[in-house]
Design a protein around this ligand. Structure first.
Ligand code: C2O
Length: 557
């Protein structure tokens, strides 16, 4: 037998190198947007879902596969779906944010999203990208490495998806409409969910989710924060978690007992079932280090070892304090990209566009609102107004009057952003203004938090790109000193980052994907208030450097 092995090996090697064996696939999915009637969660209500599932179906693909999703809208709301974190190289039309890259899919209509997975593997999420529908219209995206390519960490025995969500007993669209009409903050949610179950949250009669494990086995947990407005901690009693990936980018592995995720972020961890057979509490709890009303209800699930006798009591865990800023900081500081030969970290050392974006909350007049004014939010004092046709269509067809490309690169007024002396004028300027980037330019954005009205953490998400988080700190960004401490060696690469309360973050990316790309706070309440803007990345001159033509079935406004 032994003498035969080299032959088998040779045949195997030839087979592997033959292109037919490494072919990528086209994966087809049908997403029906339908109402689901729920009686088991915290209240009886009907809510919008994909295929009647909450959370929605998981989308699986391998690197290099093409994914084709036909989305058909059977509800009265207009819908779009965003593939959060998918780079959408040249396929901006399939990105999904309403009025940014497409007009919404109307009742009874369909739209086919078509994109290829290029240079990405890991966990992401898809979600509705119009009003607040993503509260219940979301699901996991699992991008497997190319066939035959292993993970850069020990192969887990099994993989599990864990989606954290946020649940309102009432209709979520009614919640946001009421907030918009009154100008006041929206009602906070009633529970957090783990894979669709609130656990024993007040007023919710529901069992929690059970994560079944077998002693000695290792599990890859793909954890997703699909909540609308809450940053969350995630913890399992007595068990360590080895963090190996964030936002579909590999990390240098590290051990922790608490994971921290902002809405839109994903984290893969390895969990080994190496404790006594039994039941262990899984907890997800919110993080908030500002005096702002929020849903402080913890939700729980159970880690259940095979063979646990039914009378066994669940082993409990302590939970992080609600304002556990040090835990968030330790966790974020531990995130380092893998930067290996196979997965190099390519951070640009030169910068073509250096932007400073100040994040503020303001108050604008509103005759019809409860107090005669309304809460708004702004980047560089611009409260972004959504256009009535998509920015991408306006850009592609050169339709005038939809947007201007004069988004300010710096705050209109320099002030002590995080100090106690804040400007008295709280009004912002409305505008549909974008920032234009030439193809392949290297961009640095410093997102600067401010103390205006309500300083808090802001998870910012950039569409169409991953960026490197090269630096962060508390207080005001110092243009001279802070860049000297930037990490250009192994900064974490991601698509959503948390700008710390009264602090700043610096990110870099290369504008090598043409199209119109949304940048916004992934707290839906702030997106609603206007904390958003868009980049236009012009086409390059080379082959494969321009946006593809629009699909024939692109919805009309
Ligand atoms: Cu996950 Cu523009 O959003």
């Amino acid at each position: 037998m032994n003498r035969m092995e080299p032959h088998f090996l040779a045949i195997f090697m030839i087979a592997l190198s033959f292109p037919l064996f490494v072919q990528s696939l086209v994966r087809h999915y049908n997403f029906s947007v339908v109402l689901k009637n729920e009686t088991k969660l915290c209240s009886t209500k009907s809510f919008v879902t994909v295929n009647g599932k909450f959370p929605g179906p998981t989308l699986y693909a391998r690197e290099d596969d093409t994914v084709i999703v036909r989305v058909t809208n059977h509800v009265k709301h207009e819908v779009t779906i965003h593939w959060h974190g998918i780079k959408q190289l040249r396929t901006c039309w399939s990105d999904g944010p309403a009025y940014v890259t497409q007009c919404p899919i109307k009742t009874g209509q369909s739209f086919v999203y078509n994109f290829t997975i290029t240079g990405q593997r890991g966990t992401l999420l898809w979600h509705a990208h119009i009003t607040w529908l993503r509260a219940t219209v979301h699901g996991a995206i699992v991008l497997l490495p190319k066939r035959g390519i292993p993970y850069p960490f020990p192969k887990p025995d099994k993989e599990k998806i864990i989606i954290l969500g946020e649940w309102w007993k009432s209709d979520v669209e009614a919640v946001v409409n009421q907030a918009t009409n009154s100008g006041l903050p929206p009602n906070i949610s009633d529970a957090h969910t783990i894979n669709g179950y609130p656990g024993p949250a007040p007023g919710c009669i529901s069992q929690g989710y059970t994560l079944h494990v077998e002693s000695g086995k290792t599990y890859l947990l793909r954890i997703i924060n699909a909540a609308l407005n809450d940053e969350l901690f995630f913890k399992i009693a007595d068990h360590k978690l080895t963090v190996v990936e964030a936002d579909a980018s590999y990390l240098k592995p590290f051990e922790t007992d608490t994971i921290f995720l902002s809405p839109g972020q994903t984290t893969n961890v390895l969990l080994t079932a190496n404790k006594l057979v039994g039941k262990y509490l899984i907890a997800t709890t919110p993080f908030m280090d500002a005096p702002i009303g929020f849903d402080n209800v913890s939700s729980t699930a159970t880690l259940h070892y095979k063979g646990t006798p039914s009378y066994t009591k669940t082993i409990l865990t302590s939970i992080p304090p609600l304002n556990a800023t040090p835990i968030t900081k330790t966790f974020t500081d531990s995130l380092r990209s893998i930067n290996s030969n196979t997965y190099p970290t390519k951070v640009s050392s030169t910068i073509d566009h250096s932007l400073l974006f100040a994040i503020t909350v303001g108050i604008n007049p509103c005759d019809t609102c409860t107090n005669g004014n309304k809460l708004v939010s702004a980047i560089n004092n611009i409260t972004f107004l959504m256009p009535t046709t998509s920015l991408l269509q306006a850009h592609y067809y050169n339709i005038k009057g939809i947007f201007t490309d004069d988004f300010p690169a710096n705050p209109p007024m320099v002030f002590d952003y995080t100090g106690t002396n804040q400007p008295d004028n709280l009004h912002t300027e409305n505008g549909t203004r974008v920032y234009r980037l030439n193809f392949n330019s290297s961009v640095q954005i410093v997102l600067q938090g401010t103390a205006m009205i309500a300083p808090e953490n802001h998870p910012f998400h950039l569409h169409g790109y991953n960026f490197f988080v090269v630096g962060q700190g508390l207080g005001n960004f110092d243009r001279e000193k802070d860049p000297l401490r930037f990490n250009l060696v192994d900064p974490v690469e991601r698509n959503t980052l948390s700008v710390p309360n009264n602090g700043w973050v610096a990110i870099r990316f290369r504008a090598d994907n043409p199209g119109v790309w949304f940048l916004h706070c992934h707290l839906e309440v702030h997106t609603t208030w206007g904390l958003k803007m868009a980049f236009i990345v012009d086409n390059g001159r080379g082959f494969n450097e321009s946006t593809l033509p629009p699909p024939k079935d692109l919805p009309k406004c």
